[in-house]
Design a protein around this ligand. Structure first.
Ligand SMILES: Nc1ncnc2c1ncn2[C@@H]1O[C@H](COP(=O)(O)OP(=O)(O)OP(=O)(O)O)[C@@H](O)[C@H]1O
Length: 450
């Protein structure tokens, strides 16, 4: 599914005169927050938190990231099943974020979505013909006879038989049901299709067939895809470019092969390191992420990955600390963060008032076990004593704030810029790419290899 520009077309001229050379989808600082009304409105779920990218005509852009990072929300926002809370999406030059009523209904024909689980979006009591015809009926497309003919054409297009028209979805296998879902999505001849994990509910043997079908349809109909996937090997082979998402942000975006062979962002590296190598003689160093993802209601102040990043920048002042001690400090912060997520996370005074335990009660035990095998210099021991005092006064948030202040760096405090990381236009959001930061120092290698 490769997108190539025609070398015979002069680039400058084409930009000026040919709207076809413009990206089909241009996303600028897009935000989709949930729970923006009611009592929780001051602290919404920031499912998509300011992303910018483009999708070229005829291209397949892959979207990957851990569960809950915002992939589905982003896909649904691009086809206006969700209304964004900020930013813009230009589709073929039109800002679709502000469309409503009839304009929105008319536009929706251009952009469709194929769901992971076709069953959830199909009425099992309708025949396949009726299911595929639904969008044509709702848009009052041509005559009923022409609609029936269009459905037969669509069934043929996705590899189903004419006689399937009168059968019911439960009479089909998972792969065939996904073909029905694809036929329905294509009924109104869209330009753009969001494929939300279209093969992850299917058997491995069927997955490749559906991906091949999608590729053939793309070539035949000139479709543009956003392919959301958990399985990185799927995106490697099916996509032209890949966007890697974490906690509502795009951490890296670039050509698929480049992202796979030379991942620039620490998050991409951790994701790729988790794929088992098909060659058992290749020793791929697994790079685990510590802890669990932060809540999208309360993302970290600096880099989204800062609470888990294995490559976090260390302030110069602590350069001399051993790797083991630095790691132990990270672990201590992870423990405090996990504790602070618990429901009993209330300032100490309130906890005591309502009869809950003293948050410092087990700090000494935690401290002993985390720093058991490392030598702690006086300078760090003093900071840990003060951390304990802050914990007693203001609970985990106050202790964490203190540790961030004393041991944190820009990673904890400043949202990183997007940096160009190669000549193909790939970008990565990480302070490590700033001029002067050398990511291959021994300290970083030690931490990253952990
Ligand atoms: N309708 C909703 N109301 C409130 N929060 C929501 C809603 N839909 C999603 N979320 C939250 O938004 C965040 C992003 O969810 P989303 O489904 O977009 O992630 P995802 O990357 O697609 O996950 P998965 O791979 O598991 O499908 C999650 O924290 C999720 O709980």
């Amino acid at each position: 599914m490769s997108f190539q520009t025609d070398p015979r077309v002069d680039a400058d001229e084409s930009v000026a005169t040919d709207p076809e050379s413009e990206p089909l989808v241009s996303v600028e600082n897009l935000q989709t927050y949930y729970d923006t009304g009611g009592i929780r409105s001051s602290n919404p779920v920031k499912a998509v938190d300011g992303v910018s990218f483009e999708i070229e005509r005829g291209e397949t852009l892959g979207l990957v990231g851990e569960s809950g990072c915002g992939k589905t929300t982003l896909g649904r926002t691009l086809v206006r099943l969700e209304r964004p809370t900020g930013g813009s999406v230009a589709f073929d030059g039109t800002d679709i974020t502000t469309l409503s009523g009839e304009e929105l209904t008319a536009w929706r024909k251009n952009a469709q979505i194929v769901f992971q689980d076709p069953d959830s979006s199909m009425n099992d009591r309708l025949t396949v013909g009726k299911i595929v015809r639904e969008p044509l009926d709702s848009y009052d497309w041509k005559t009923p006879r022409q609609r029936r003919a269009r459905v037969r054409e669509l069934l043929d297009l996705v590899g189903l038989q004419p006689e399937h028209y009168y059968r019911y979805p439960h009479q089909f296998s998972g792969g065939q049901r996904q073909r029905i879902g694809i036929a329905r999505a294509l009924a109104l001849n869209p330009d753009f299709v969001v494929l939300d994990e279209p093969t992850s509910a299917l058997d491995v043997s069927v997955q490749a067939k559906i991906l091949n079908l999608l590729e053939e349809l793309q070539a035949e109909l000139g479709l543009t895809y956003l392919l959301i996937a958990h399985d990185l090997s799927v995106v490697r082979h099916a996509c032209d470019r890949i966007a890697v998402m974490y906690l509502g942000n795009i951490m890296e975006i670039g050509e698929a092969e480049q992202v796979f062979t030379e991942p620039a962002n620490p998050y991409t590296r951790t994701l790729l390191s988790a794929i088992p190598s098909p060659d058992p003689t290749v020793d791929r160093n697994r790079i685990p992420l510590r802890g669990s993802p932060p809540s999208p209601r309360d993302p970290p102040a600096g880099c989204p990955l800062s609470t888990r990043c294995p490559m976090k920048v260390r302030p110069d002042k602590w350069d001399e600390l051993s790797e083991d001690l630095w790691h132990a400090l990270d672990v201590l912060q992870d423990i405090l963060r996990e504790r602070s997520k618990r429901a009993d996370n209330l300032p100490t005074q309130i906890r005591r008032r309502v009869g809950l335990e003293d948050p410092t009660a087990d700090f000494a035990t935690i401290r002993d076990s985390v720093f058991e095998d490392v030598s702690v210099p006086e300078s760090v021991a003093t900071e840990l004593d003060e951390t304990e005092r802050r914990l007693a006064e203001g609970g985990e948030p106050a202790a964490l704030e203190y540790l961030r202040e004393r041991f944190g760096s820009d990673c904890d405090a400043v949202f990183p810029d997007d940096h160009a990381v190669d000549a193909t236009g790939r970008t990565s959001r990480c302070h490590r790419h700033r001029e002067g930061d050398d990511e291959s120092t021994a300290v970083d290698r030690g931490r990253f290899g952990r």
